[in-house]
Write a protein that binds this ligand. Structure first.
Ligand code: NCD
Ligand code: ZN
Length: 423
């Protein structure tokens, strides 16, 4: 037995967490039974390990951007114990075989729980159906993004919705026709905010509107929109939810932080799909979280090298997993509680993705646990973000909380800046 002592668990209160063989066997006010070792967590919050349902760890294809050695470090230092990897790798993860190959490749290096998506194309529904029990979900690039794994094809989307899959369909919702139209109109425009103008909010709003209509037509119950960015999408999704439509969504840390005003300072480093928007949109996303329209935070951690991001043809994508939990903790207040943050970062993603063994600190769950120190701050540096890409748009930013320790299966893997395993 291993006991984490006097940890403050949201919704439960100060407790001892008793762990055996990687699982939580008891959560009590005071445990006075036998034990082999203990960890003093007085003054710290205990959260179920973070579950990030949207990362790009770049294997196979681009280990210099991220890989499972570096990515595991990013995750553990950020308080995350499960990450769900997207299929736009090189080659893309769009078949049973590709899922198997990716699993074999990452197994040796992953120190966190690795879950994989299969990507949807216009003609791989058979593979998707066959891969259902091997993946946590299906990713649809309804709008073109890094990796060119696009399926801007309403008929193929209808078939996917009608397939009644057991796993969620997670959609990147931008409409390519809108994007192409703006690209032509802005061919000679060279302002720093060009990316946000070309991928204007109408692309996202149109896609979300079409998807909601398709959910209504097909009766699909497993559709999730990832990285919502605008006030209008929040309003559309809220309205649909109020009508009883099964639709959920997440937001990403960069869209909760940056606006078009930050292009002057960050240029191509800020380029991401969907793009950053206005202050009003940022405020609407926070409001969407408070109102329960947004059910979780997902990083869309998408590292590229700084050299690429500083070039004239910067690829889209921002590393963001390292600030995901810290950013929410920074906003902990009377109307946005630690319990809310626990739901957004762990409980809801576990429910959505069917991880019944995770998402809460309670008897029977895996002992994936993050301890948070509200009294010690974190300043983001190139070193403490741990990513292979080596840069962060939050560099220099100080957050009010810090990650004190991260346990996977009851084993301490990270403690205040240090990893407790080899490599
Ligand atoms: C992602 C990437 O780099 O893989 N880029 C991004 O701008 N978000 C791709 C994606 O998820 O759209
Ligand atoms: Zn992504």
């Amino acid at each position: 037995m291993f006991v984490i002592r006097q940890a403050a668990i949201p919704e439960v209160g100060e407790s001892d967490i008793v762990i055996d063989h990687g699982h939580i066997v008891e959560v009590v006010e005071h445990y006075d039974g036998d034990y082999e070792s203990e960890y003093n967590a007085k003054g710290l919050f205990a959260f179920p390990g973070g579950i990030d349902m949207h990362v790009h760890f770049r294997i196979p294809g681009n280990p210099e951007k991220e890989n499972w050695v570096s990515g595991s470090r990013v995750a553990l230092a950020a308080g995350y114990t499960t990450v769900c990897d997207m299929p736009n790798t090189t080659p893309a993860t769009i078949s049973v075989r590709a899922v198997e190959e990716k699993k074999a490749l990452i197994q040796r290096d992953a120190k966190v729980r690795a879950e994989l998506y299969i990507g949807a194309t216009s003609d791989n529904l058979d593979e998707i159906i066959a891969a259902q029990d091997m993946v946590c979900g299906v990713k649809v690039y309804y709008g073109t993004s890094t990796g060119n794994l696009t399926m801007n094809d309403p008929e193929a989307l209808r078939e996917l919705f009608e397939a009644r899959l057991r796993v969620p369909i997670v959609i990147h919702a931008e409409d390519d026709a809108c994007i192409e139209k703006h690209a032509q109109e802005l061919a000679t425009y060279s302002g720093v905010d060009k990316h946000s103008k070309v991928r204007d909010k109408d692309a996202a709003i149109t896609a979300v509107r079409d998807i909601i209509a398709l959910i209504k037509e097909t009766g699909a119950t497993n559709v999730h929109i990832t990285h919502v960015t605008t006030a209008e999408e929040i309003a559309l999704i809220q309205q649909a939810q109020n009508e009883g439509v099964h639709i959920t969504c997440d937001v990403a840390p960069h869209h909760l932080t940056f606006t078009i005003d930050d292009y002057e300072r960050l240029h191509g480093q800020l380029q991401v799909n969907p793009p950053v928007r206005t202050h009003e949109d940022v405020e609407a996303l926070w409001q969407g979280i408070r109102a329960g329209v947004v059910s979780c935070i997902a990083s869309d951690h998408a590292p590229h090298t700084l050299k690429e991001k500083k070039s004239d043809h910067a690829p889209s994508g921002i590393p963001s997993l390292h600030v995901e939990l810290l950013l929410l903790l920074e906003h902990a207040s009377s109307d946005f509680s630690y319990a809310d943050i626990m739901h957004l970062t762990s409980t809801f993603p576990a429910q959505l993705l069917g991880f019944t063994d995770r998402g809460a600190i309670e008897k029977g769950k895996r002992a994936d646990i993050t301890l948070i120190d509200p009294a010690i701050h974190t300043s983001i540096t190139k070193e403490n973000m741990h990513s292979a890409c080596g840069w962060s748009p939050w560099k220099g930013k100080t957050f009010s909380h810090s990650i004190a320790a991260t346990f996977v299966d009851g084993q301490l893997f990270y403690e205040r800046g240090h990893f407790t395993y080899d490599i």
